[in-house]
Design a protein around this ligand. Structure first.
Ligand code: HDD
Length: 702
């Protein structure tokens, strides 16, 4: 923004008012409503463009406190990223309770129907660094902080209901193996490498989770379209002290949806921020995402008769066995004001629970209860991270803890201990205070794994068998892809040896995909796989489609001369459906539609590839179609939409583009012509199926 103009003259640069500085440079005017720039000490700054020098070309002087303070602060801007779940995105909202749950819990937030509790949620990927891409094949974190009237309750969950390991002592090994290999520092945000599969194949307890992570759950279309789980069995405790076991679920109101793998790879290039942008855009548009809180409630008797140990975090309790009771809704309705202050500094901790909720002896949960608090100190630098607005309770709180770095909520008065005879300070409350559920515990101190944790394959099989054919094919393809990146054949074979204990066909298909010359013997199993577990339809994404296109996006490729009537009908129908129309034009700006009216475009073609949409419409004029047919990005737009099984609607004028994209002879029921505006409704209705899965065998042969 340098100019050679006269000094101090007020000029307009685009829509921003600027003032020319002494050196001809420009800066924002500190006038009117604009606050004056100051140092951290509040001293007004006269020149933020030039450091203090001896003469115009001389050395910079140490005396320049503004310059030194500015650089000093900048040099310390970064804090350690989370050791896992480094890349995340958060939003504010609330939890609304449907009905009193006093029968099960005395937790204050569940007592009154309609009660709203403020919430903050941070979604994340696990393995990648902070700057990695959103569509990594990875578990997604789903961490919820509920600012209840009795203190903060954190449900630090994932979008998968089971975990890799049973005992927290293995967590550092798991994460070391999953993240970049230490000698080379790559691969980034990928589990497709030797160390990860080496570890998995040596830890049979992780096989159930391996099935889940190779399913489409780990490539969600959006945070808005995924489930969440607190994983462990917790306890609810009512006012009479009665305990009920509970598993917590978050069910997305918009239904589940994932992308296909080739699409994920391309989204990462087109928009590495795809998931965070999606959440940001939805909230900004007032289209607030919602999840229902579901509880699976069961007692000791059920726990004792259940085939698996409810303290084993590698196991689920199928919904068909213990139905989910929906007790409230979580709504995210506010983006953060500042990413660092909120999303980065938020500190979740499994040990943050409220009266009426309690832990169980799940050894993974017990270890987590130590790890989170410990890591916050390292990451946020002071035990006073709880003073940060995002972490502080929203109810009154009084501790006798004091001092430490950055203490800015400080007690007043003389007594900083209790009991005291000054009549000051907070005191414990046996009535209101958190009291631990007095469960019976006895036994020898042992480093052992309970025998009740020993069945590693039965639920993996149940998960696989509960999927549709399409989803099973995806699991096979995912294993084959990941293991094809593994260099040591022995590791590939070892994974297959476990899959043989899950399902013969699955193992054989993966072995074939890897071109293993012979099948390895099945892995030794502490317990034989149960073949009789019933399928659980709730585990499939496709079987539970939302039957709605709400919250989704259609990319409409237009050129000058695009059919104005169809455009208007699309806009109207999609709005009615609760979906969005995004106009993609060859050039930034827009196009002149067939009625001569200028329409603004949202994306330029090479910035809006079809991978970022749920369905596409091709609406060029005849001349426009010829132009697009000779444009590689336009051909990719169409070919990718087809390959990714999207619904495609097209104006007949688009024929040259369909020809050049190589799909003209393969058009199927997922492709519809838009001859008139009346055809639009049929297209939008089809889109409710989200994808035309029947096409997949034709476009994915290997
Ligand atoms: Fe963890 C972060 C979820 C097991 C140790 N974890 C972290 C986050 C989520 C989870 C969502 C990100 C929180 C945020 O957004 O700030 N973790 C899980 C789930 C687990 C699990 C669902 C199994 C059921 N985690 C687990 C174990 C340990 C940890 C067994 C250690 C013994 N997790 C951590 C951590 C992190 C963390 C190192 C990193 C940053 C943080 O805590 O605040 O302490």
């Amino acid at each position: 923004m340098r100019t050679n103009d006269s000094k101090g003259k007020r000029v307009r640069f685009a829509d921003e008012e600027v003032v020319r500085g002494q050196g001809g440079e420009t800066h924002q005017a500190a006038s009117g409503k604009t606050p004056t720039l100051t140092t951290q000490q509040g001293i007004p700054v006269s020149d933020d463009q030039n450091s203090l020098k001896v003469g115009a070309r001389g050395p910079t002087v140490l005396e320049d406190f503004h310059f030194r303070e500015k650089l000093f602060h900048f040099d310390h801007e970064r804090i350690p990223e989370r050791v896992v779940h480094a890349r995340g995105f958060g939003a504010h909202g609330y939890f609304e309770n449907y009905a009193s749950l006093a029968e099960f819990t005395k937790a204050d937030l569940f007592q009154r129907p309609g009660e709203k509790t403020p919430a903050f949620v941070r979604f994340s990927t696990v393995a990648g660094n902070k700057g990695s891409a959103d569509l990594a094949r990875d578990v997604r974190g789903f961490a919820v902080k509920l600012y209840t009237k009795q203190g903060n309750w954190d449900l630090v969950g994932n979008n998968i209901p089971v975990f890799f390991i049973q005992d927290a002592i293995k967590f550092p090994d798991l994460i070391h193996a999953a993240k970049q290999e230490p000698d080379r520092g790559f691969p980034q945000a990928q589990t497709a490498h030797d160390n990860f599969w080496d570890f998995i194949s040596l830890m049979p307890e992780s096989i159930n989770m391996a099935l889940w992570i190779m399913s489409d759950r780990t490539i969600p279309r959006s945070f808005r379209f995924m489930e969440g789980f607190a994983v462990h069995t917790f306890r609810l405790v009512n006012a009479e002290g009665k305990s009920t076991f509970v598993k917590f679920h978050w069910k997305p109101k918009l239904g589940m949806q994932s992308v296909v793998w080739n699409e994920a790879l391309k989204i990462n290039g087109a928009d590495p921020d795809f998931h965070r942008r999606d959440l940001w855009d939805a909230i900004q548009a007032g289209d607030y995402p919602e999840w229902e809180l579901g509880l699976q409630l069961f007692d000791e008797d059920f726990a004792d008769t259940f085939d698996f140990d409810v303290l084993d975090a590698t196991k689920i309790i199928p919904e068909e066995l213990v139905p989910i009771r929906r007790v409230g809704r979580l709504v995210l309705d506010r983006t953060v004001d500042n990413f660092f202050a909120e999303t980065e500094q938020v500190a979740f901790c499994t040990q943050n629970i409220v009266p009426g909720v309690d832990f169980t002896d799940d050894p993974l949960l017990q270890g987590r209860n130590f790890s989170y608090l410990d890591t916050q100190l390292k990451r946020l630098g002071s035990p006073n991270f709880t003073h940060l607005p995002i972490n502080a309770p929203k109810c009154p709180f009084h501790t006798l803890q004091q001092d430490g770095h950055m203490a800015f909520v400080n007690p007043k008065g003389r007594a900083n201990y209790e009991p005291n005879s000054w009549g000051e300070g907070p005191r414990e409350s046996p009535d209101k205070g958190f009291s631990t559920y007095p469960s019976d515990v006895q036994g020898q101190k042992l480093r052992v794994r309970s025998e009740t944790f020993a069945d590693h394959y039965s639920q993996a099989r149940q998960f696989y068998k509960s999927q549709t054919d399409i989803e099973q094919r995806h699991i096979i393809a995912a294993f084959t892809f990941e293991l094809s990146k593994v260099e040591r054949e022995a590791i590939r074979a070892r994974v297959v040896s476990h899959l043989l204990n899950v399902d013969q066909d699955l193992a054989k298909a993966v072995a074939k995909g890897l071109r293993l010359t012979q099948l390895p013997p099945p892995a030794e199993a502490a317990k034989p796989t149960r073949m009789d577990l019933p399928e659980s339809p709730a585990l499939s994404i496709i079987k539970n489609g939302p039957g709605s296109f709400k919250g989704r996006k259609v990319g409409v490729l237009v050129t000058d001369g695009a059919d104005a009537d169809v455009l208007a009908a699309l806009q109207q129908q999609l709005q009615r459906e609760g979906a969005q129309m995004i106009l993609v034009a060859p050039q930034v700006g827009g196009v002149t539609a067939s009625d001569g009216v200028w329409v603004e475009a949202d994306e330029k073609l090479d910035g809006g590839p079809s991978v970022v949409f749920d369905a596409v419409v091709l609406l060029p004029s005849s001349d426009g179609a010829k132009l697009l047919a000779s444009e590689a990005t336009a051909r990719d737009f169409v070919a990718d939409a087809f390959a990714h099984l999207k619904f495609i609607a097209y104006d007949e004028a688009a024929q040259p583009l369909l020809d050049k994209a190589g799909i003209a002879n393969d058009l199927d029921e997922g492709c519809v012509t838009l001859k008139t505006a009346a055809d639009v409704a049929g297209f939008v209705q089809k889109c409710r199926q989200l994808r035309w899965w029947e096409r997949e065998p034709k476009v994915k042969r290997i």
